[in-house]
Design a protein around this ligand. Structure first.
Ligand code: SF4
Length: 320
């Protein structure tokens, strides 16, 4: 989201003033921020940072990290929490994997998060394109040094070394109607982390995520964990949409029951004028409380704060 005109900048500033103090942030700026912006724009890459109007863009891009959005920026669903456009997407772009590899080279990435819109129009849900993007980066970035994670098991550490050091996290759609097929395809390009967001509590699915299905999302995480025994699985939930504490706790338990390793918990913020309203601004202390609660339920990796998003500090090895 580039704020080009005076009016746009004024509107963004008015919007920020309405937020509680802990959710106000300065507008993005700085040398590394501009460099990230230039690399992405010159290569014609989409990011979820821009398409979802993520409030962390200034911070993440200033650290030289961004989450690439593959398979276009038009989604086959129309979730009310999300600002990504909905409609009929174009076919996967065969040049996209090479452009992502070039980005990884130019930015010297060690950890790359790749996500996509829902592609219910494709027989494999877009899994083949995820695979192609990962494999192309692995081929094209031989000079990036390996990153080891003391928490990974031996197989994962070995595979990451073979993969020239870039660690991949993929944040996938729920692969409606093709979960087994998609997971089989992704076996040829296993990431370090396989993420799929549960987003909210099941009672709010009809309003927040009408095209989704709570059990289907849990099932994908379960299958991913069982299919690839050397990866970590991850999910994310937004607070402030009208959920109760008991419902959130149950979601955390359900995720642990499918052996989900990583969880992020953040404040829902209305990303566009047509998106759902925020029901509640959850105070930072409550996010700290949820972090402890998630840890007590067995999550070894937890990010929980108002600004936490699925890919926020995804590269962090330890969160405690
Ligand atoms: S949290 Fe994720 S989506 Fe948001 S700016 Fe950072 S990398 Fe982009």
């Amino acid at each position: 989201m580039k704020l080009n005109t005076k009016n746009e900048r004024r509107a963004a500033s008015d919007e920020r003033r309405k937020l509680p103090p802990w959710l106000r942030r300065p507008l993005p700026a700085g040398e590394t921020y501009n460099r990230t912006d230039n690399v992405l724009s010159s290569l014609g890459l989409e990011t979820i940072c821009n398409n979802a109007n993520c409030p962390n863009r200034g911070e993440c891009w200033s650290r030289g990290t961004a989450t690439v959005l593959i398979l276009g920026n038009i989604c086959t669903r129309n979730c009310k929490f999300c600002s990504v456009e909905s409609g009929k997407p174009t076919p996967p772009d065969p040049t996209e994997p090479a452009r992502i590899a070039e980005m990884a080279k130019q930015m010297g990435l060690k950890y790359l998060v790749i996500t996509s819109v829902n592609r219910d129009d494709l027989p494999d849900g877009g899994a083949g394109h995820f695979r192609d993007c990962i494999n192309e980066v692995r081929q094209q970035c031989p000079d990036i040094h390996p990153v080891r994670n003391s928490q990974t098991d031996k197989n994962t550490a070995r595979r990451e070394k073979i993969s020239n050091g870039v660690k991949f996290e993929i944040l996938t759609p729920d692969f409606r109607n093709c979960q087994a097929r998609a997971l089989k395809i992704l076996r040829d390009a296993l990431p370090f982390v396989f993420a799929h967001n549960i987003e909210t509590v099941p009672s709010l699915y009809p309003v927040v995520r009408a095209g989704g299905n709570y059990q289907r999302s849990l099932n994908l995480l379960k299958m991913a964990g069982e299919t690839y025994d050397s990866i970590q699985t991850k999910s994310s939930i937004m607070l402030g949409l009208g959920e109760t504490d008991a419902e959130v706790e149950q979601v955390l338990k359900d995720l642990r029951n499918v052996a989900c390793d990583r969880i992020t918990i953040g404040q829902y913020l209305k990303p566009s004028k047509n998106s759902l309203e925020v029901v509640e601004y959850v105070p930072p202390a409550k996010f700290d409380w949820w972090k402890q609660k998630a840890a007590s339920l067995g999550f070894p990796w937890v990010m929980s704060s108002p600004f936490t998003r699925s890919s926020y500090f995804a590269e962090r090895e330890n969160t405690f």
